[in-house]
Design a protein around this ligand. Sequence first.
Ligand SMILES: [Zn+2]
Length: 400
Amino acid sequence: MPAYKSRIITFLKNREIKDVNGYLIISNGKIKKITKEKPECEIINYDDFIIMPGFVDSHIHLPQVNIRGKWSTSLLEWLEKYVFPEEIKFLNEDYAKKNSAKFFYGLAKNGTTSAMVFGPPNIESTEIAFEEAKRVGIRTFMGQTLMDTNVPEELKTTVRDAKKSMKSMVNHLDGKRAAYVLTLRFAPACSMEMMKETANTARKLNLRIQTHISEQQEEIELVKKMYGKSYAEVYDSAGVLTKRTVLAHGVHLSPREMDLIAKRNAKIAHCPSSNFFLHSGNMPITELMKRGIDIGIGTDVAAGPFMNLMPVLRDAYYANPITPRTAFNLLTSGGARVLGIDDYAGTLEPGKQGDFVVLKISDNSMSTNEILSELMFLGDDRNVMATYVDGKSIYMSEGI
Ligand SMILES: [Zn+2]
């Protein structure tokens, strides 16, 4: 039972913050308590650093790990030019294995302990990706990226195959550390039949769903042309909007669509770096929060160029003036709510799993706000000294 001596900061409900100079005690992979009194056990000294809950990436694409920073003029052009050719490479199992390892190691190195992941385009490579996630130790919520319309032939899955693979995956995945997520690319790439079947499976097996919504005008017009309805209404008519659904982006939602998402209790992954990269626009965060919609933060690699979530918080601020407290709250406990893991992760409260990150800052006598502000505006992977999941180190910097 080790104790980590450090300045420990955690984000609780109602935007509250706990900031203690003391000891984080871990027992059997779980947080026992945070205390100022020196405990009678092995002490690991992180005195020069701070400890925070592990970062939660609410939206990221595994088969795009190698195409970060590839400029293009619009979402649809970028998909054609870079994303689809790269995702086809992940049908090869050797390529999938090598690059899944790179992807999950990248998350660990960046302080991410839990992630909602769009996986490879076939089930075999998705299984390989789950093995690599387990080997590295990331808490992973992922699925094969399903699509059957408007994409290259190699990437298409039939509804029948998709149903078969969903059922084979759910049987051998433990829910807390890894879970299969029904992953629809987005409405323009999925037939109504595929969306409906996915929603049915989600309902029967109580699974999470993830997809994209309302990212760019050109895409929204395409959805309207294909289905004759607003984006949110298309998903709702297929049964895709549930309390276990995570929708990435939501940049151009109408008030009516926001009301519908709030009514279904679906969640939103805010991806500001990606929105800047593709010039998608600014997500109306205040409007969504006003409706009580749970919001997490997503890197959206590779439209977002960084695997680290701190630069994404900086971009969130440039998109909408949120405080560093709100930003880190959304990143940790907010992200856990979006992923549906808040009963066991996302904060450093007693009883939760020992998922935390050790961060270097310039001066640990700064106020809480100053620390958060410095990390939000200057932070990146160089600040990450160590990453722990279930109380076990999954990454240790050479500088520690
Ligand atoms: Zn995305």
